[in-house]
Design a protein around this ligand. Sequence first.
Ligand code: ZN
Length: 82
Amino acid sequence: MTDESIPEIDHRIYVPLPDSWTAHAKRDSVKEYCHTKSEGEEHFHLLMKGEIYLMHQGEKYCLNCALKQETITTDRLHWKRS
Ligand SMILES: [Zn+2]
């Protein structure tokens, strides 16, 4: 039985260039920050224990920034468009 008041959200995300990016879950509580920040923001995003982030050439990126930079996409058919 499903609750129809909760909209179904597709949480799956895709990396169009999977050879150069890796996905990780942060395992410790060491203070680490996203490599970039959003336009207009003064701070870097703190990565939390348990947070899923991406890595590229030793640099870490939160999923929000990776989405904004189009490193990842929610477009399941991204491979058709590139
Ligand atoms: Zn970020």
